[in-house]
Design a protein around this ligand. Structure first.
Ligand code: BG6
Ligand code: MG
Length: 242
């Protein structure tokens, strides 16, 4: 991107063809007339940042791992750190399906639901220890910096436990919009959660940035037409991977 775009009057226009050009730039219409050059900024603007929760704001992804491990050990399922990486950003029952697939196990609808609940009870036990100390390094300062610059902030989490987690972290009042799994029909990698967060913030996707640690989350951000920032190896496909 060049820092600015200059649209000068075309030589043709100076010889009697009094044509004008109408363009839309960053959502605003401009009419460019011969003799009236217009200078417009091409610098990207950020008006909102939409955060994933688990693995971005706090390290609850480790707690998800421990809870799945406990369930898997009890049930005799195949489970490893590698399989766990596939579960990042994926909903509770869909995560269980991945573990069941790896173990060659099929469950009835009821058993599947109950085992999802059981994993969640282990996870909720681990959540009890969460305090503001569990914010990942730099997050508190980053949120404050965004606020100073009047950049709006949203949460887009696939977890139904998101409201409790942000409360325990002491950041529940920092978000202009909170979207969790209960607020959307389709989970990540579908763009719904990021599209809805941008809509609720009243900010066009092109002026938002999404931050994720999961491959499914990066896909979700990108398909929403939002610039993606990826944290860690699973999110390497991001526009900016760090
Ligand atoms: C995501 C996590 O944020 O939430 C996944 O990355 C988890 O690992 C998903 O499965 C659903 O969470 P919960 O708390 O509703 O079971
Ligand atoms: Mg995550």
């Amino acid at each position: 991107l060049k820092p600015e775009l200059q649209i000068n009057d075309h030589p043709e226009h100076q010889h009697g063809h009094e044509q004008s050009v109408r363009i839309i730039h960053k959502g605003k219409p401009y009419t460019i007339k011969p003799g009236n050059p217009v200078t417009l900024s091409m610098r990207p603007e950020i008006n909102a940042v939409i955060f994933d929760l688990d693995g971005v704001i706090t390290d609850t992804s480790e707690y998800h791992y421990l809870a799945w491990k406990q369930l898997a050990d009890e049930m005799g399922y195949t489970f490893s750190r590698e399989i766990n990486e596939e579960l990042r950003g994926i909903g509770r029952l869909e995560s269980l399906d991945i573990i069941l697939d790896a173990s060659g196990v099929t469950l009835s609808v009821e058993e599947r639901f109950n085992q999802g609940e059981l994993k969640n009870s282990y996870y909720k036990e681990l959540l009890k220890s969460i305090t503001p100390e569990n914010l990942l390094p730099g997050i508190r300062d980053f949120i404050d910096e965004l606020k100073e610059h009047r950049i709006r902030i949203a949460l887009a989490s696939a977890s139904r436990n998101a409201p409790e987690v942000i409360k325990r972290l002491g950041i529940e009042n920092d978000f202009d919009v909170v979207m969790d799994a209960g607020a959307v029909e389709k989970g990540k990698p579908d763009p719904e959660i990021f599209v809805s967060a941008a809509e609720k913030l009243n900010v066009e996707p092109e002026f938002c940035v999404g931050v994720e640690d999961a491959a499914a989350g990066i896909m979700s951000i990108k398909s929403a037409g939002i610039f993606s920032v990826g944290i860690g190896p699973a999110a390497a496909e991001a526009d900016w991977a760090i």
